[in-house]
Design a binder for this molecule. Structure first.
Ligand SMILES: [Zn+2]
Ligand SMILES: [Zn+2]
Length: 440
């Protein structure tokens, strides 16, 4: 089955045959194809934008911004263009402030040209001003194009800010294919994460009652298959293949909007990546592109699931591990490893109380009663050896060491990933079984 992107973006959403809910995609227009950028004047008219503010950096300006400017000029559209001059701008107060200060007061729409930071900034600006947001994508590097949140650094901490789902995403395959190959691999890595996130969504539905939707899971799996198939040619610079990867990434973002939660697209692997980002922010340790970190973490997580599947869970061992667990010592460890970023995680635990021995005992009984089903879900994951071979074939790093992260830091990230959000992921399952530390 190939998911038809258009059918997913109906403004009135669709009533789901699996879960009965009405799912909304959020994104209204997505044009991926040669000539897509030439449609910008038409799109602007559709959204009643007469004076767009075009935001790009030096690289994305060269990749697509200059062409956007030409297209707008020849259509007689009075735009304002701002180029962020510094190399690798961080997604923080500075770039948001810069966007606000350079955006003319009468701008009535935002066109963010880029992938990642510029898109996230454009979404914040358009939300603050209450004006439409359009994205001209320059690289298929992550799955946040259709998302209504911005991944930012605020006050020195990583946060996911509610911003605005873009109204339209536009991408020219030739532009996507010309993106640095590391960015294309990053997009594929962000999609590989979906093997784990879908499996963990099923496990969470089974153990802690997270609302699950078979249709949304199937859409994400379909997008993942599309990306995996297209990846080998995409990393060689083939425009059609790069377009397929881009389409998969947009569909994945839409699926998150349908579900109303991030479950379909992120799990343990994303939290490992998140910890690495937090440490990088606090202590300047090495970090790589989001999707690259997620891709490597997916492989690590699947290896850990394979180890778990070879073990028979023991009630007494799990109960003894929880009795021996010292929450205060663990919180001190989080603070030491993550700096100020640990506080939000510690506050999260205070609200949810996952370490409560009675709650743990109840979860443990459920795990033991459903062990066969958990094994069946783990069985849906690709074999780690096959995944590793695939990643190597497209030049995607397969170990944290390759991106400069030490073995110790990678192991710590695995251990701390369970505390990022109130979401049932592998780290929690291992903790519940008294196996965190033995596995991982
Ligand atoms: Zn549904
Ligand atoms: Zn991601």
């Amino acid at each position: 089955m190939k998911t038809d992107l258009k059918s997913l973006m109906r403004e009135d959403g669709f009533v789901c045959p699996s879960c009965g809910k009405r799912h909304f995609g959020g994104l209204t227009d997505c044009l991926i194809g040669s000539g897509a950028m030439e449609e910008l004047p038409l799109l602007l008219r559709k959204y009643s934008v007469q004076k767009p503010f075009v935001l790009c950096d030096r690289h994305t300006c060269e990749a697509a911004g200059e062409r956007v400017a030409r297209i707008l000029s020849s259509a007689g559209i009075a735009y304002a263009l701002h180029i962020v001059e510094r190399e690798k701008p961080a997604p923080d107060e500075r770039i948001v402030g810069e966007a606000v200060m350079f955006c003319p007061p009468d701008a009535d729409g935002v066109i963010a040209v880029g992938s990642g930071v510029l898109n996230d900034t454009g979404k914040i600006l358009s939300r603050a001003k209450g004006i439409p947001d359009l994205i001209v994508a320059t690289a298929p590097s992550m799955d946040g194009f259709a998302s209504g949140t911005s991944s930012m650094e605020r006050g020195g901490l990583k946060v996911s800010l509610p911003s605005k789902c873009p109204d339209a995403v536009v991408a020219d395959p030739a532009v996507l294919a010309a993106a640095p190959v590391h960015m294309i691999r990053s997009g594929v890595g962000d999609m590989l994460a979906k093997y784990v996130s879908i499996a963990e969504w099923r496990i969470a539905a089974l153990l802690v009652g997270d609302p699950f939707c078979e249709t949304v899971a199937a859409i994400v799996k379909d997008a993942l298959d599309t990306c995996v198939k297209a990846a080998p040619l995409a990393v060689q610079g083939d425009p059609d293949a790069a377009a397929s990867v881009m389409e998969g990434l947009v569909v994945s973002g839409l699926a998150m909007n349908y579900a109303g939660i991030s479950r379909p697209a992120s799990g343990m692997e994303h939290y490992i990546s998140h910890i690495l980002d937090m440490r990088a922010l606090a202590f300047g340790t090495p970090a790589d592109l989001h999707g690259i970190q997620c891709g490597i973490a997916t492989l690590e997580t699947i290896r850990a699931y394979e180890r778990l599947a070879s073990i028979t869970p023991e009630r007494e061992k799990a109960l003894a591990a929880v009795r021996a667990f010292d929450p205060d010592a663990w919180n001190a460890h989080l603070r030491e490893q993550l700096g100020a970023g640990a506080e939000a995680m510690i506050a999260g635990e205070r609200r949810e109380g996952k370490y409560d021995p009675q709650k743990h005992a109840a979860r443990l009984e459920k795990i033991l009663a459903h062990w066969d089903e958990i094994l069946a879900i783990i069985g849906t994951l690709p074999k780690s050896a096959e995944l590793e071979a695939f990643m190597r074939s497209i030049g995607h790093p397969t170990s944290f060491a390759e991106i400069g992260v030490s073995d110790g830091d990678a192991r710590e990230a695995f251990l701390m990933a369970k505390d990022i959000r109130d979401k049932y992921v592998l780290g929690r399952l291992l903790w519940d079984l008294g196996l965190l530390g033995e596995i991982g």
